[in-house]
Write a protein that binds this ligand. Structure first.
Ligand code: FNR
Length: 383
């Protein structure tokens, strides 16, 4: 096996093993992909201040996210169709997360159901909810998450409609893939993926079967989503979910201070500054450039986390320095999973942990809680 030193090594392997259609679904952003690009490139504007002659023993990244002890302040973000990147993808990623000591979030749009993931894991995971027009069905999803022992609810607010993702249109993205001649040729070049999928071909969208959408053809994801997702969501609706979910509530997809203040008002435990990994509103700011103003407005009233563009342990430290209590990662998990299954996700987590710990030491700290705004400068201020 080739040597895996950093995330890009897993990404290279991922490109070899996973069909183009699912690569496109994972990697692309919406429209011109400006926001997707900014999410990553804005991290490069943040430079560290190197410190020397410090006592650096012992070192720890241990933290708490909504009251849960974590080995580092990172959670695996909800990603739809994980079970198409690798058979049983949701189970494998959840197992890797629990073994490592960080939370896994199961998407509403997962292939394996809440119950299947619960039956194959030891510790509670988190459930991510998309609010459906069919409210009875939405409420049942929450009941199922409770019954399965999910320990936090992540309510995603930035996908009432799907952003226009050209790659998915061009690839004729479906799950499972529609077997056109180009798809058959592409899949034939990736026998490991094909064999793996054969094992689990009966599993399909385990959570949303039975949702009354009026769109029967689940193969047309865009149409299904348009028929099913609630396009009339209000803060009052969200308050209802706050009332019926007694555990920690995390609101995801917050990019503006005014919305962050609404989250405080309705008693959210955490918010995720997120633009859905640049997959929804293209042309919006990067999450890392938005983070400081949101932290300064509400950071003393709830936990402010960030996702989007984190590609190394160094990026975790950059986000911490700008005030994030924690971070989530989406694509890095998918690269690990598609490349090497569970051991690929574990590898990604191990690499990020090592990179974060080493960076923390180089900037003169041995505990992640010591990291602060004075540890960084912006490139434009650097001279
Ligand atoms: C996502 N994301 C997402 N979010 C969510 O709340 N529910 C979901 O089902 C999905 N599905 C999904 C699929 C894929 C392929 C990607 C890449 C992302 C968004 C995700 O939770 C997270 O916000 C971003 O992935 C963060 O950006 P990075 O880490 O991918 O740069």
């Amino acid at each position: 096996m080739s040597l895996i030193c950093e995330l890009s090594d897993l990404q290279r392997l991922y490109h070899k093993r996973v069909p183009k259609m699912f690569q496109g679904y994972c990697e692309s952003g919406s429209w011109t992909q400006q926001t997707l690009t900014l999410n990553k490139s804005d991290f490069n504007q943040i430079l560290f201040r190197q410190r020397v002659a410090r006592d650096l023993e012992p070192r720890s990244l241990r933290s708490q996210l909504v009251g849960q002890d974590v080995k580092m302040p990172l959670a695996l973000a909800p990603v739809g169709l994980l079970g198409m990147q690798h058979a049983d993808g949701e189970i494998l990623a959840a197992q890797a997360a629990e073994e490592f000591g960080i939370p896994f979030t199961l998407s509403t749009m997962s292939i394996c159901s809440i119950e299947t993931v619960a039956a194959n894991t030891q510790k509670p995971f988190w459930f991510q909810l998309y609010v459906q027009k069919d409210r009875e069905f939405t409420k049942k999803l929450i009941d199922r998450a409770k019954a399965a022992g999910c320990s936090a609810l992540v309510l995603t607010l930035d996908l009432q409609m799907i952003g226009r993702r050209h790659a998915d249109h061009r690839n004729g993205m479906t799950a499972p893939p529609r077997l056109t001649i180009p798809n058959i040729i592409d899949i034939a070049r990736r026998p490991r993926w094909a064999l793996d999928m054969l094992k689990t071909q009966n599993r399909q969208f385990g959570n949303i079967q039975g949702c009354a959408t009026g769109v029967e053809d689940m193969n047309d994801l865009m149409k299904w989503t348009a028929g099913s997702f609630d396009t009339k969501l209000s803060w009052d609706d969200i308050r209802y979910f706050r009332d019926i979910w007694q555990g920690p509530l995390i609101l995801k997809g917050i990019m503006e201070v005014e919305d962050a203040k609404e989250c405080v008002k309705l008693g959210a435990d955490a918010i995720v500054v997120s633009n859905h990994g640049g997959r929804q509103l293209d042309g919006t700011r990067s999450t890392i450039s938005t983070l400081p103003e949101i932290v300064s407005a509400v950071g003393d009233q709830l936990e402010v986390w960030l996702d989007g563009g984190i590609r190394s342990g160094q990026d975790i430290i950059r986000a911490k320095a700008l005030g994030a209590k924690g971070v989530m990662v989406g694509r890095p998990m998918v690269y690990g999973l598609g490349a090497m299954g569970k051991s690929g996700v574990s590898k990604m987590l191990q690499i990020f942990h090592e990179e974060a710990e080493l960076t923390m030491a180089f900037i003169g700290h041995r505990d992640i809680h010591q990291i602060n705004r004075d540890d960084i400068v912006f490139k434009r201020d650097a001279f």
